[in-house]
Design a protein around this ligand. Structure first.
Ligand SMILES: [Zn+2]
Length: 166
């Protein structure tokens, strides 16, 4: 579902519209099964990518596959295993009262940030996340902030939040 695409003649406004359309399509599917709560797009200098969170909570609806929660938990765990910046952040303890109840690797930012990061140099990654619930902007969570710090210390990316209304 996620893929990197070259950014040729594509404006940030059209990407925001695409992000909202993606969220609306997920919402239409929500009646059928437990789906993501956020979608993200991330832009580097010449490429962009969309991502989606993994839903691990208690299902609100009858699922078509009995093991979807277990599958989703495995997917988040797999992201932690293969994405060095997430794996390198997992030692961080959440502050008291943190609302980051989701597991590491769950967020919609995880895959785009990893796919677009620099190899031997740091690149600027502009990132915007919206919720499926109301299509509103979502702040980068505590865990993703830690991942962004790790990416910066690894010298592979500087994450810069984007906003729906600059
Ligand atoms: Zn996050």
């Amino acid at each position: 579902m996620c893929y990197v695409q070259e950014k040729k003649n594509i404006t940030n406004e059209s990407l925001i519209e695409d992000l909202r359309n993606l969220a609306v399509k997920f919402k239409l599917m929500e009646a059928l099964c437990n789906l993501p709560t956020t979608t993200n797009f991330t832009i580097s200098k010449d490429r962009f990518m969309f991502g989606a969170s993994i839903c691990i909570g208690i299902p609100k609806h009858k699922l078509t596959r009995k093991n979807i929660q277990q599958n989703n938990a495995s997917a988040a765990s797999a992201r932690v295993d293969v994405i060095p910046s997430i794996k390198g952040s997992t030692h961080v303890e959440m502050p008291p009262g943190s609302i980051c109840g989701h597991p590491w690797g769950n967020c919609s930012e995880a895959t785009p940030w990893e796919a677009l990061r620099g190899e031997d140099c740091s690149v600027e990654l502009n990132s915007l996340t919206i919720t499926l619930k109301d299509l509103e902007e979502k702040e980068i969570c505590y865990k993703c902030n830690e991942v962004a710090k790790t990416m910066k210390s690894m010298g592979v990316a500087k994450v810069v939040p984007m906003h729906l209304f600059p």
